[in-house]
Every structure is written in C-alpha cells, then in structure tokens.
Design a binder for this molecule. Structure first.
Ligand code: GLU
Length: 460
C-alpha cells in the first residue's frame, strides 16, 4: 500500500509552530515509506481566509524543507464535489433533509441537557422523508446503536458510543457542506491513507468515520498528536513566545534546528537529541509519537540552533547571514565577510545575533561605537602600543600567519605584557576590549581599514 499523508492548514494566519510540527510529521511519514505528501488549503471560512496567509504558509513549508506532491487542493473550489457526495448519501438513505430551525434544535439540546444527557438533535426529521426545499439542511442518519472504534497512531484504542453523537449536519441551509463532510471527501479523493493531525481534532474523527462508513469507503488510519504546551504546562500562547514559523526565520533560526526541535517535541528515538532531516526520514515510521503533551523550551531551541550554526560550512553561513546584514543597513562591498564570520560562527546563537556581531567590521570606522572599557584602554600607554604595532604592520603583507608573527614577535621583543598590547589594539579596531585574537581581527578588517582605525585611535 502506498502511504499518502496530507497537511491541511486553514489560511487564517501564518504557519504556527504547532501546525509546522504536524506538517513535519506528515511529511516524514510519507517520505519514510516512499509515499506521497499532499497539501490542502482549507479555505472555506471566506471571512478569515486570506491569500497572503496561504502564501506565507507555503513559504514556511518551503523554508522548513517540506516539499509536497501534486497540485494544491483548495477547499473553496470544491463545493460541488462535496455536494455530490452528500447527494449520494441522500440517495442511499444514509442522509435526510431536516427542516428544524436553529431555535428548535437548540430547544432539543436544552431538553437533553436538562435530563443530564449529551445535548443533541433528537432525530425529529429522520423518518419524515422530506424532499429538498430551500433552507433545509441535510443530516447524516447515524446508527442508533454501536460504537465507533479506531486505533489511533498516537493515543491507541479509542471507542466512542454513537449515543455520544447526533445526526450531524452534512450540508447547511445555505447549501454549503460542513467541515467534516468536506474533509472526508477530500481525504478520500486525495487517496490519503494516514491522517495525522493535532488532537484538537480528535472529537471530529468518530464523526468522520461515520461518514466514511455511510459512503462505503475505507477508513484511513488516524493519529492525533498532543498540543504543544508552554514552559508552564499551560496551552502554548503568544505569551510564551510561541510564534509563527516565519518569525523564527526572521529571528535568524536555521530551519534544520527548528525541524529537529519540533520533531523531538513529540517523538523520540531513545535519548538522541540531534537529528538531520535525512536521518529523520530513515527513522520516522510513525511509532514512538508521544501521547502526552510536551512543553516548549525556548532555551533548548536556541541551543540546537547554536549547534547547527556551528556546523554550517563557512560559505553557506556567509550566504545565510547576508540578508540579516542587509537588514542592519550595512554594506558588504569590499569586506572580507568570510573572515569576519569565521570569528563569531562558533559563538552566535542565531543569524541575527551573528550579523549584529559583525557590525564593527562592516561599519564605517567613524560609526563604530566604542564601549567604555575600550575608550579607557586607549590611554597614553595604549596609544604607545598602537603606534608601535602600526609602524610594524605598514610593511606587512596581510595574511593570518604574517600578522600572527608580527604581533607575537612584537610582544616577545618589547617585553610588554600581551594584554597591554591586545586590549588597546582590539579597542581601536572594533571598539571592544574583549573578543577574537588581534591578528584575526586585523585580517578580517583588511590592511587599509586596520591602518585607518589605528591611526584614528591615535588622534583620540
Ligand atoms: N484545517 C484544520 C486545521 O487547520 C486541519 C484539519 C485536519 O487536519 O483534518 O486545524
């Protein structure tokens, strides 16, 4: 059997990390089994659905590395298809027209509530054989006894007695099919074999199974992953810094880190923490999904991101950092970006942070803000050291080795403590008393800029 999964976002907002995680799971399951991963845009809520959100969701999917198979399915374009299936149910006697008003149905619910029963429609029109008329809804004729049973990939055995459910509406009075109807038709027509989604949908599943059964269709395998909780174990919200995938992208996170983080937040493979995408595809077979909700841990995400950043090849890191440098309004024209980035890649926790640290290298010498310690380090004694080193490097061909030797030899022969040389020089070059080795800073700045900055310090 070919495994077909799908992700079915509603374009009423950007792709949130919870949705992102569901998408990753569905993608992994399909890729693991060499199957298909389909994408469906559930845009039936015309008030809240927006094209810009669809675009944003697709962009986030691409950024995460989740490619999909086939064309996109838009629910808003499929009303007639859904209604054809509702008609089939009417023809086969599995559905019926109902003329009860909203108020009447509410009154029935009230009666049930008063009896301590589940509020439900009482089946008044079930056997009346009503024909089509404007304003009539179509309801499913739910079996009067029995249980809906399924084996959830995450939660295990689930059984719901039909008395818990009522004759649900399949087509509204305005002719629009309901959500559960549309989802069943789509999942069937898209050939979906595994429906993996957030457990906010678990109560829809028995209803959907009843629709499958009424249509005589094979029921897919379902799996419901628990919601992501905040660090305080409450429902994850904005307050916890829970945000859209695109916001993490804008913050300079690497997609590998976010994917790794989100997968681990709901799935495990022993106590392994680091997983590359390829490895995940190999390992993720739908087992070992956690049935209890996991708490979001921003520190761990940053830690993972630092790990992936450190292991990013330099040339790629340069490309990834460029947009963040641009955002700071800095030019990279004529700069040795690779050398500068290599000084901070190990320590940065994200690309934004990395770009920020490059500021002193990319700014005009006069724009570099000096920290107080740096200003203090450029005193008379400090200037003396700057002057001496400046004299030596004017004739030095700039390479990492040459510069290292010049500084090293100067410290040796002058007998001045290294710190008393290094601190004023670093301060003059990047406005910071502490940081990378002097020769590396000089190399990253280049000869002209190094001389310019040292000369400038002497005039302070
Ligand atoms: N559109 C639904 C949502 O965004 C998903 C429904 C489903 O996966 O079946 O929550």
């Amino acid at each position: 059997m070919k495994v077909v999964t799908r992700f079915a976002p509603s374009p009423t907002g950007h792709l949130h990390i919870g949705g992102g995680r569901t998408a990753i799971f569905c993608w992994l399951l399909a890729r693991h089994f060499g199957g298909e991963f389909r994408l469906r845009i559930e845009d039936t809520d015309t008030e809240r659905s927006k094209q810009e959100y669809t675009d944003s969701i697709l962009a986030s999917m691409k950024w995460l590395g989740l490619d999909w198979d086939g064309d996109l399915t838009y629910q808003s374009q499929r009303k007639d298809v859904y209604n054809a299936y509702v008609d089939k149910l009417l023809a086969s006697g599995h559905a019926y027209y109902c003329e009860c008003s909203v108020e009447e149905v509410e009154a029935m619910r009230e009666v049930a509530r008063a009896k301590g029963e589940k509020p439900r429609y009482n089946g008044k029109c079930r056997e009346r054989g009503l024909e089509y008329a404007e304003g009539r809804v179509v309801r499913l004729k739910v079996p009067t006894e029995g249980r809906v049973v399924f084996n959830d990939m995450v939660k295990g055995h689930i059984a719901v007695d039909v008395s818990e459910l009522d004759d649900m509406v399949l087509r509204r009075a305005d002719g629009m099919p309901t959500y559960n109807m549309a989802v069943v038709v789509d999942d069937y027509e898209m050939g979906v074999t595994h429906v993996l989604r957030g457990d906010d949908h678990v109560s829809n599943t028995p209803k959907q199974i009843l629709i499958y059964q009424a249509l005589g269709l094979e029921v897919p395998t379902f799996g419901h992953v628990p919601m992501i909780l905040g660090p305080d174990k409450q429902k994850l919200s904005k307050r916890h810094g829970a945000r859209a995938v695109v916001e993490y992208q804008q913050d300079g996170l690497l997609p590998e880190a976010l994917v790794n983080y989100l997968v681990r937040l709901g799935w495990s493979h022993g106590d392994q923490e680091i997983f590359g995408l390829e490895e995940l595809v190999k390992l993720f077979d739908g087992n070992n999904l956690n049935s209890s909700a996991a708490a979001f841990d921003p520190d761990k995400l940053q830690w993972l991101n630092g790990y992936y950043l450190k292991n990013t090849p330099l040339a790629k890191a340069v490309e990834l950092t460029k947009p963040f440098i641009e955002e700071l309004g800095l030019s990279i024209e004529g700069k040795n970006l690779e050398a500068a980035i290599s000084l901070y890649l190990e320590r940065a926790s994200n690309l934004k942070d990395l770009a920020e640290q490059l500021k002193p290298y990319l700014q005009n010498a006069y724009d570099v803000i000096m920290e107080e310690k740096a200003v203090k380090a450029i005193d008379e004694q400090g200037k003396e050291q700057i002057k001496n080193v400046l004299a030596l490097i004017r004739d030095t061909e700039f390479s990492v080795e040459n510069l290292e030797k010049v500084i090293h030899d100067y410290v040796e022969t002058s007998g001045v403590k290294f710190k008393l040389v290094g601190t004023p020089l670093r301060s003059a070059l990047i406005g910071l008393a502490g940081g990378p080795s002097i020769h590396l800073i000089m190399f990253a700045l280049g000869k002209d800029e190094t001389i310019k900055r040292l000369e400038k310090a002497l005039t302070m």
